[in-house]
Design a protein around this ligand. Structure first.
Ligand code: SF4
Length: 381
């Protein structure tokens, strides 16, 4: 019988070896997923897709204060099920988002650990991160805890600004890291490993799980429409936006002041996917110095209502040139991304094209499919 502490640990770090060992011990099956597991898996996916991280972290931290083994036992497979859900949605962007949420959640918990050093060092070993503990005379009054060979440090892409090599102390091919920096590095490795493990094998997964995944996606999409004031706009689906446009959209809806080219690219994109001019204008309403007359003039100009020229949605090359590309999607234009996603979503929503599979199979923790042949063998369920 695992202790409450062990269960809580597995809940905080669902990708860890300890969590996986517990999952195996309990031998869960998709035939009898508990309501707690289902609710928690959905919470993972919804939070990942909406990128509402602060609320997620707060609720996760509150959850750790519960003192019931049963609560944690009954939802142990939630993260594995969340991986099944995003895999059923067949969208690499969602795989990224779930992996990112898991990574950031890991960092948030590592930061709050009372025995942070011990756990950070344990995880380094578990993740396969090479490091050497520093002797007392090398720690720079406690500032540094370990040195990491450069090749290990840069093994995975490091997106967090604090990890930039130019900001590190590097000597003789070794990067000196503090406890906090090491935790941040590990969270990036968690991202890479969880991402590599997606999509999981969903062959034989009962149809009802696909329906739940789609329902979550619909809810997220509706929420985004509401947040962006797009309710009632049948043809525009924010859930299908490419990452660059999604980011710019979010910033606009938060009232951020976007640079001219960013505003122009968003407006052209929205115009091309069929958003009426009035709605495009409304998107800018929260931005500083909003002037409806001027915005209307520009929107009508780019849509071809004024003047002879109609501006098309930008290509990825243009978006990149404007410094607004945030991913490496396998498309040439954000519009192509949007159309592909819409098409994929339509197919997913047509159950007749996805034959129902018997729901009696035992639930195996999903088998990872490495995305490329250079990926490290996945050990994360
Ligand atoms: S690759 Fe293209 S679609 Fe994807 S984020 Fe960059 S510009 Fe947008």
């Amino acid at each position: 019988m695992p202790s409450l502490d062990a269960l809580k640990f597995a809940d905080r770090y669902p990708f860890s070896k300890n969590a996986k060992a517990l999952l195996r011990e309990y031998a869960f099956s998709l035939d009898n997923v508990s309501p707690e597991t289902l609710a928690r898996a959905i919470h993972w996916v919804e939070s990942a897709l909406t990128s509402s991280k602060s609320d997620f972290f707060r609720r996760e931290a509150e959850r750790q204060r519960l003192n019931s083994s049963q609560v944690f036992e009954s939802s142990l497979p939630a993260f594995a099920l969340a991986k099944v859900f995003v895999s059923l949605l067949e969208n690499p962007l969602y795989y990224d988002k779930l992996a990112r949420l898991c990574a950031d959640n890991t960092f948030s918990f590592l930061e709050a650990e009372p025995n942070k050093r011990e756990i950070v060092l344990d995880f380094a070993g578990e993740l396969g991160l090479d490091f050497e503990l520093l002797g007392a005379h090398e720690t720079g009054s406690g500032q540094w805890v370990a040195r990491i060979p450069l090749s290990s440090y840069v093994r995975y892409p490091l997106s967090h600004p604090s990890l930039r090599l130019s900001s590190q102390r590097v000597e003789k091919g070794q990067v000196f890291v503090s406890e906090a920096r090491m935790a941040r590095l590990e969270s990036e490795w968690v991202y890479a490993k969880v991402r590599e493990s997606l999509p999981v094998n969903v062959e034989g997964i009962p149809l009802k799980y696909r329906e739940i995944a789609l329902e979550v996606l619909r809810r997220v999409s509706m929420g985004q429409r509401r947040a962006l004031g797009l309710e009632g706009l049948g043809s525009v689906d924010p859930a299908c936006f490419p990452p660059c446009m999604e980011k710019l959209f979010k910033e606009l809806s938060e009232g951020k002041n976007l640079a001219h080219m960013a505003r122009f690219d968003v407006a052209c994109f929205m115009n091309e996917i069929g958003m009426p001019g009035g709605q495009i204008i409304q998107l800018y309403a929260k931005t500083p110095n909003f002037n409806e007359k001027v915005t209307r003039y520009h929107v009508e100009h780019l849509s071809g209502k004024r003047g002879r020229k109609k501006y098309s949605a930008p290509s990825c090359a243009k978006v990149r040139e404007h410094g607004l590309c945030v991913a490496n999607c396998p498309v040439k234009t954000p519009l192509q991304f949007y159309r592909n996603e819409r098409e994929k979503k339509k197919q997913l929503e047509s159950p007749e094209e996805k034959p129902e599979t018997p729901g009696k199979e035992a639930f195996r923790p999903p088998v990872a499919k490495p995305l490329n042949k250079n990926a490290t063998p996945n050990t994360y369920s």
